[in-house]
Structures are given as structure tokens and as C-alpha cells.
Design a protein around this ligand. Sequence first.
Ligand code: S3P
Length: 447
Amino acid sequence: MAAAGLSARRSGPLKGVVRAPGDKSISHRALILGALADGVTEIEGLLEGDDVKRTAAAMAAFGAGVERLGEGRWRVEGRGGFAEPADVVDCGNAGTGVRLIMGAAAGFDLAVTFTGDASLRGRPMNRVLKPLGEMGASWICRSGGRLPLTLKGGNLKRIAYRLPEPSAQVKSAVLLAGLSAAGGAEVIEPEATRDHTERMLRGFGAEVLVSEEGAARRIVLPPGQRLRGTAIRVPGDPSSAAFPLVAALITPGSEVTVQGMLLNPLRIGLLETLGDMGADLSVTNVRDEGGETVADVTARHSQLTGVEVPPERAPSMIDEYPILAVAAAFADGPTRMLGIGEMRVKESDRIALMAAGLAACGVGVEEEPEALTVIGTGRGNHPVAGGARVTTHGDHRIAMSHLVMGLASERPVAVDEPGMIATSFPGFVELMTGLGAQIGEDAPQAA
Ligand code: S3P
């Protein structure tokens, strides 16, 4: 017997006002910088998903005092550095967690073994190991740059590193290692990626110099920085808010508001794209919270039109292509998403899984090595059929995207392994059903 899954069926209008869970990227960074700093960091609105809880446990293993004070409220007492953990550090499903922690740990005279779940053990770590090696870290790894691996840190030297791929995780790993390197660190990114590490380092009292050179950015972390504990309020995750917002756009009669959503300019590619597609979105109550812009975003059901999404937009919406593909399935005409090869090395090969899931639900798709085209079913003449049970390979965003699709499809859409949704969006099902979505258990199928 296969395990019970979840199934989403055609739903009436979705209505309501919700809060997205705390931003995952900012939550990981708050815990890690809190542990590296001297003194106490108090965090509000931390995402209490499995990925972030693994990072919290890892920070305790490296010697920080980590305490949960209440819902989303955490206290981290940093000791100004990392001590060697007594055991293996298991980062679960979290690519951001393990890559950032490897960077931070590389700066200290310790040896530590990292591992993760089957998905994380299949993901490339060379992209982080390469610059850390150039800085002086070493490792033992018998699986071709994949986990598990044992990292040995300490005595790092300065690096000036040009990112070969647009990755905020690699940029952040180098900057975190640079905190302990003689001479600091410099990263050149050919395309700007999310800048939460740079912003938060400043919040902890560090000096970070950023200059723009065309589309590229040069980030310099001068040597000899000391981080001091601070207070952090984590804004709502735009990558999670995307699910209720797109659900409202595709479900007739809907109007949904997500409050307190992060609107960092390097994270709003999906909103821009949905705007290009003709989505009825309004942004209100724009405010500054702890150095980041947040706002309330309202989505109303809209007839969308297919568009071409340019490759340079990919870094600002890399985690949102699965749910964009769902919006595109209901649009009029094709939507072409270009320059999205990085999607293949996420929690799963997201281009392949979205193409397979959409095709199983009767949507026309064309898959290319670095692109995906979705042929929208248009103005209701040929609605999305649905009626499939989709294999998610344990990928939370693949699961949530297909459940959202089921809300407006002719027949229900089911997913396997719904437990993985809690890695980034605990309470997803409750939040969606509270808006009127019909999502429930899918009976186990005979193997
Ligand atoms: C993240 C960066 C992105 C993103 C991930 C979170 C971060 O990964 O996909 O979910 O917090 O830095 P890459 O840096 O590999 O593009």
C-alpha cells in the first residue's frame, strides 16, 4: 500500500485574510548569525518548519544557547564562534541550512560531519566546497561532492570569488566563512540574488560594502568584523504566500489577502510576472520592518494571459516557478519560462516534475534543458482536467503547487508525501481550508 496522500478538489470562491509563515531564508540566517554573534539575539516570527528547526538544532550542536520562548519567538545566545559538535549534523531536507552552516563552520578549527535526507544527499555541494577549499577548508567526501561529508575548518584566507551560478546560498556561504578569514571576503555575482545575508550582517553590526557594476554586484566583507546579538522580526515568506495568492487568481470569485509579506526587490519576480499576465493584485500598507519592506497583498480571481518570462528574472523567483506553472495552466496561451536550469538541482528536478504533473492533469507542456513552456487552457473551453495522483519526490513546493491546481481543475488532484509540506509551510492545509479550499486526505492506493 502507498502512504496516504492529500487531494484537492474544485472549490468555491476562496475568501479571507491570512498571514504567510515566516520567511525561510531569513529564518535560517537569523539563527546562524545569532549563533556566530556575541550576546543575545531575539527572533520573532521565525518559520517553525522542519528545515529551520534543523538549523536551530545545528546551532545548539555548535555551542550556541538556543531556546524557544513561544510561537515563532526564539532566543539565541551566541558565543562569538562555533565549537566542534559531538555528533553528526543532520540538516534534513534543507539545502539553505547545510550550505550556509558549512560556510559558517569552515571558519573555525573543528571537524564536523554533515548529512541530510535522501533529497539533500542527492544535491550538489561542490558549488560551496570549491570556494571554501580555495579559502583553506578541507573535507572528506566519498560521494562525489554530495553528503555525507566531513568538513575541516580553520585558518581561512581571503577570497575574491566570482559566482559561476546565480546562488544566494553560495554567496552567503562565502560571506559567512569570510567573517573568520584573515582578510575577509569578496563575492562578485553576475546577477543579483537575494541579499538577506548582506542586510542581516549589517543588522548585526558588520560592515558590508556593495557596489553595482551593470547587472553584476560586488560584495566586500572587510576583515575583523565582530557580530553583536540583535532583535529580528522575520517577515512573511513570499515563496509561501505565492500559494494562496495564485489559488485566488485561478479560483473563480476569489479574493484573498496575505498580510505582512516580504517585498524585498530581489524576491518579487513572481508578482511582476503575474502582473504581466494581467493578474488583479493590489499591494497596500507598505512598510519597513527591520530593514526589509513588507506589505499586504490582495489577489482576486483573474483571467490570465500567457507571457514569456525572461531568464534574468529567474534569481528573483527561482522557488516560484512551480506555482507560476500552475497559474500558467489556467492562462490564455503559452507561458515560456526561460533560463531556469537551476530548478533542476532544487529539492527535486522541478522542471521534470512540473512537466510530468501538468501533463498528467491534461495540460500541454514542453520541457527543455533550461526552459519550460506551459500551454494555458485559456478561457474555459478546455479547462484543466486534473484527475491525477502526482509523484512529488518529497518536494514540498511540487506538492503545494499541485494541490493549488486541484482547487480549480475539473477533477481532483492528489499528491503523495504531503508530510514534506511542513519543511517550509507548516499549517498549509489549515490555512488553505480556512479560505474555503477543499483539501483532504487521499485514500491510500493499492501498490
Ligand atoms: C535560498 C536561495 C535559493 C533558493 C532557496 C533559498 C537562500 O537557492 O532556491 O530556497 O536562502 O539563500 P540558490 O542559492 O541555490 O539559488
